[in-house]
Write a protein that binds this ligand. Structure first.
Ligand SMILES: [Zn+2]
Length: 394
């Protein structure tokens, strides 16, 4: 009988995805976590990783990204072991499944109206032309086609361009409602892009399971109590590039813990800001950050997302910046780490990951120091494991 060699992290602080163990041994074999506990010493023949002074985390999950070739490899180098794509060319996304690097889930084509938000990606040559949806009676067939071509969940774009000062035709609330229902009828969840308080409310009323951003047009303290079960991916890092000073990406690119792991393309994207906006652009980044705190205080489920590949972002690296921004907004480090591990796993029904627990995938991130005390330590990466295999170069 072949017995695969066990890997044991010894005397390591563990963030399980829910709670913290101050010092434990975590055993891995056959790509899954076997056990964790304080009294499970390594056995002869085990490969031992010394954990003293270090913290073992579940591999991070980026709950908002857009993938192109090479992105999943780079994400993994930063301990991001699962990437949830929120709009891309479905043919390309399906081809990227199973590539080396982070594991991919994808929305494929997002729902928008003809010439609506998202179509600029076609105009820029970043996406091939894609199907659109005009009215509620087209929703069911549109959604059926998305899941038939491999989408894991539905993405809906609700944007009139007012926050960026680039007006576009926008989707009627009834169409959004019909799209969400069509996804739910198929046992799938729906994620809505909404950048204004009004469209965020439309999405919530439509039954959206996740908002892909925090709204950014104005303060609206009552919104936190109207979200119900809808989760939110604040994406503060990318909003800071679009609507703020746009210096976060440049700071990341200059960080010696980040720089050596960036592709040339990523370095260019990170340092490209600020993003040019149209006249009359209506946004308030300070208010958006305060809204995140209001959501947190109201018990809204928050998920960490980078929105890479946008200007000022890089796959993998930007998720770490997002964690810092979530903490700066008012989350505890533990809450921020939950937003990048167990919370997205739960919301996206990824039951085999997002926690360090027996039987789950051994997607693991080992860092020096204690990110539960200092969130910036997530970038002090000592190793990354994908399905129990150590990532070369980490
Ligand atoms: Zn996005």
């Amino acid at each position: 009988m072949h017995v695969s060699k066990r890997l044991v992290f010894r005397n390591v602080r563990v963030f399980t995805g829910d709670t913290t163990l101050r010092s434990a041994n975590v055993a891995v074999s056959g790509g899954v976590i076997l056990s964790l506990g304080e009294d499970l010493p390594p056995a002869p023949g085990d490969e031992v990783i010394e954990g003293r002074g270090r913290t073992l985390l579940p591999g991070l999950i980026d709950a908002h990204a857009h993938v192109f070739p090479g992105d999943l490899e780079q994400a993994a180098l930063f301990g991001v072991t699962t990437v949830l794509d929120m709009m891309s060319d479905p043919v390309q996304a399906n081809a990227l499944r199973g590539s080396a690097g982070a594991d991919l889930r994808t929305a494929g084509t997002a729902a928008t109206v003809p010439g609506g938000y998202g179509w600029y990606l076609v105009d820029m040559g970043l996406l091939p032309p894609f199907p659109t949806v005009v009215s509620p009676d087209e929703a069911d067939a549109f959604v059926a086609s998305r899941f038939a071509e491999g989408s894991d969940y539905l993405k809906i774009l609700l944007d009139d361009g007012s926050t960026t000062g680039m007006p576009t035709p926008s989707m009627a609330a009834e169409t959004a409602g019909a799209l969400v229902s069509a996804a739910h009828d198929r046992g799938k969840i729906a994620i809505a892009h909404a950048l204004t308080a009004e469209t965020a409310r439309q999405a919530v009323r439509a039954g959206a399971d996740v908002l892909g951003h925090v709204f950014v047009d104005r303060p609206d303290p009552s919104a936190a109590h109207e979200l119900g079960e809808t989760a939110v991916v604040p994406t503060l890092a990318v909003l800071g590039e679009l609507f703020g000073p746009g210096t976060g990406g440049k700071a990341l690119a200059a960080d010696p813990r980040v720089s050596p792991y960036l592709t040339e393309g990523s370095r260019r994207m990170l340092t490209m800001g600020p993003y040019p906006l149209g006249e009359g652009a209506r946004h308030d980044l300070t208010a958006a950050t305060r809204t995140v705190a209001e959501f947190r205080d109201a018990g809204v489920t928050l998920l960490a997302g980078s929105d890479a590949s946008n200007v000022g972002t890089a796959h993998g690296a930007t998720l770490h910046r997002e964690l810092s921004l979530l903490v700066a907004a008012g989350l505890t480090p533990r809450e921020a780490l939950t937003a990048a591990t167990s919370a997205p796993a739960d919301r996206f029904a990824l039951h085999d990951r997002g926690r360090i627990a027996p039987g789950l995938r051994a997607d693991l991130l080992l860092v020096d120091g204690d990110p539960l005390a200092n969130i910036d330590a997530t970038l002090d990466i000592a190793g990354v494991w994908l399905g129990g295999r150590r990532l070369p170069g980490r």
